[in-house]
Structure formats: C-alpha cells, structure tokens
Design a protein around this ligand. Structure first.
Ligand SMILES: Nc1ncnc2c1ncn2[C@@H]1O[C@H](COP(=O)(O)OP(=O)(O)O)[C@@H](O)[C@H]1O
Ligand SMILES: [Mg+2]
Length: 231
C-alpha cells in the first residue's frame, strides 16, 4: 500500500534522510524505531507531505505521490498524528474531532459512531475543551481526530510519549482494534520497545537517517535491539 524508495530529505542544507526505503502492507502495523534525532519524525512528515523529497519516491496504492501536497494525501486516506499531539486546546473535544472531517471526500458531517465507540472516554467529554484533558486523553483525541476521516494509512508519531501506563494500554487496544478491523495500515513510530513488540507485524530501525535493520517483529532479537536502540 505504501512504498518508499531511495528517499532523501533535507532541512535546508542539512541532509537528514538518506536513501530510505520502506514498505507498509495493507492492514499491517509497521513499527519505525530508532534513537532520538535519527530522522523518524522527518520520515513521517515526508510521508504526510509536510516536507519535500529531494530524491527518491513515495508510492501509495500504486500511485506516485512524491510530489503531491499534504491535503491531496490526506484525501487519499493518509492520516497523520504528530508527535506532541497538536490538538486545539480552546476547541471542544467534538470540535477537535470535526476538524478530522475535512480530510473526507464524502458528505459525512458528524463524527462517525465507530470513532466514538473506540474511545468511550471521549464520548463523555465531547463538550469539554481539548486543553482541559489529561495528556493521555489528548493523545486519544489526536488519534480519534485522525480516525474520523476513516484513513487507510494511519501515521502515529510516538503515541506513548509522556503517557501513564494505564492509558498506554488503552491506546494499545485502540491500535489493535484499528489493525484487526483490517482496512487500515498503521505506521507507528515508537521508542517504547514492549509496545512496538506487542503491536507490530513488521519493524524498521533507523540510524542517522538510514534504515539499518528490518524484519518481522517476532524475529526482532535482543542483539539487534542492543546494537541499534540502546542508548
Ligand atoms: N525543523 C528542523 N530544522 C532543521 N533540522 C531539524 C528540524 N527538525 C529536525 N531536525 C533535525 O533532523 C534530525 C532528525 O530529527 P527527527 O526527524 O525529529 O528525529 P527523531 O524523530 O528520530 O527523533 C535531527 O538531527 C534534528 O536535529
Ligand atoms: Mg521524533
């Protein structure tokens, strides 16, 4: 469903991504791991269309989207939950969720029941301001907002960062249910190894802007973890 080949991305003169390749099959969870600063967020931004590719290609559903702007990618079904969540603190929970409708191409005008069913906690808070929610609730809101468009590829950047363990379990369940529904692929950037292992079908490890290891998550050995992930 998503294929990346030979991707180079720069911030100004800084060469950040170097020849990155990746394949995300339909309906699978792919974990992208790596230490801080290696380029994981940069790759998600490049997939979402927020950063241009200098070289290489991004293919989605057999279409070359390397040069497509972000709103075109969103309408094609790519939803992006940024690191740090970026919900609107002064809008209500419902209003935050409705923002996700903009990526839809049909005429649906309200938050789909399927999204509220995934997040019972949000349903009871629809009139609260986003900024009044806990960090874990804001993360759920950010994921919910992305799911409102019923995407086929969900990009999640460190959803467990700074979140308490009980909420991490809820987020794990949500991602599992999205995966099990079978129609949405998930590309998950994650530093929390147990979480990645519990959820991921496939993994990629990045170091200094390149992919240095990849495979099925069940074959991710402690040695690979020691070599590439331990600080
Ligand atoms: N807006 C920016 N301008 C210039 N350099 C940046 C910017 N954002 C990130 N970088 C640099 O790009 C590299 C990769 O960053 P990032 O993709 O955020 O890493 P990760 O998500 O793996 O922690 C880092 O060296 C970082 O300093
Ligand atoms: Mg990051």
């Amino acid at each position: 469903m998503l294929s990346i080949d030979g991707l180079d991305v720069f911030y100004g003169e800084s060469h950040i991504l170097r020849g990155v390749h990746m394949h995300v099959p339909a309906g699978k969870v792919v974990c992208l791991m790596g230490r801080n600063g290696v380029g994981k967020t940069t790759l998600l931004k490049a997939i979402a269309g927020a950063l241009p590719a200098r070289r290489g290609s991004v293919t989605y559903d057999d279409e070359d989207i390397t040069k497509a702007p972000s709103h075109v990618r969103a309408r094609a079904g790519i939803a992006y939950v940024p690191q740090g969540r970026e919900i609107f603190p002064r809008l209500t929970v419902r209003e935050n969720l409705l923002v996700g409708l903009e990526a839809r191409t049909d005429r649906v005008k309200d938050v789909p029941e399927s999204v509220l069913a995934l997040f019972p906690a949000l349903r009871s808070m629809l009139t609260r301001r986003g900024g009044d929610l806990s960090g874990g609730q804001q993360q759920q809101l950010a994921i919910g907002r992305a799911l409102v468009s019923e995407p086929r590829l969900l990009l999640l950047d460190e959803p467990t960062e700074g979140i308490q363990p009980s909420i991490i379990q809820e987020i794990e369940q949500v991602i599992r249910r999205v995966r099990d529904a079978g129609e949405t692929a998930v590309l998950l950037v994650e530093q929390y190894l147990d979480f990645a292992r519990a959820l991921g079908d496939l993994y990629y490890i990045m170091d200094r802007g390149s992919i240095v290891a990849e495979g099925e998550t069940r074959n991710l050995t402690d040695e690979v973890v020691r070599t590439h992930l331990t600080v």
